[in-house]
Unconditional design. Structure first.
Length: 142
């Protein structure tokens, strides 16, 4: 769930602002500081982005993970349905990994009777592919 190009471009605006702070001391120093700050901010945004993956029979979303055999059939949503799933229909007992600016959502029911989390709601730019990956892992698991 890497940041969109719009967010990265907006974050890069920090570079000239940092350069302006140091321009009174030295022009070369201000350019170097501005470039370094811009690279650091963009790299931090990319490196801190949560990863959603399905591997080895497990769904990993950020730091959380669950065996795919404990999940119900994934529901891939886009458009108005996805907006409703992220808003009014969002399960308060569910686990959510939602990113603003990402239009798609995948909702998975948690069928583990010992888990207090009732569902997982995950943002995805390609909800159909994520749902298909979960279904494939579920069929491979048994």
């Amino acid at each position: 769930m890497s940041p969109s190009l719009w967010i990265l471009g907006s974050a890069a605006v920090v570079a000239p602002m940092a350069a302006l702070v140091f321009v009174q001391y030295d022009g070369t120093l201000s350019l170097a500081v501005g470039l370094a700050v811009g690279v650091i901010v963009v790299a931090a945004l990319i490196l801190s982005s949560p990863v959603i993956e399905v591997a080895q029979g497990e769904l990993r979303a950020g730091r959380a993970h669950i065996d795919v055999s404990l999940l119900g059939d994934p529901v891939a949503l886009t458009g108005e349905d996805a907006r409703t799933a992220r808003g009014p229909a969002l399960d308060p007992r569910g686990w959510h990994l939602i990113r603003g600016g990402v239009a798609g959502v995948v909702v998975l029911a948690n069928e583990d009777p010992d888990d207090p989390v009732s569902s997982w709601t995950l943002s995805s730019r390609t909800p159909d592919r994520l749902a298909a990956a979960v279904r494939h892992a579920q069929s491979a698991a048994g």
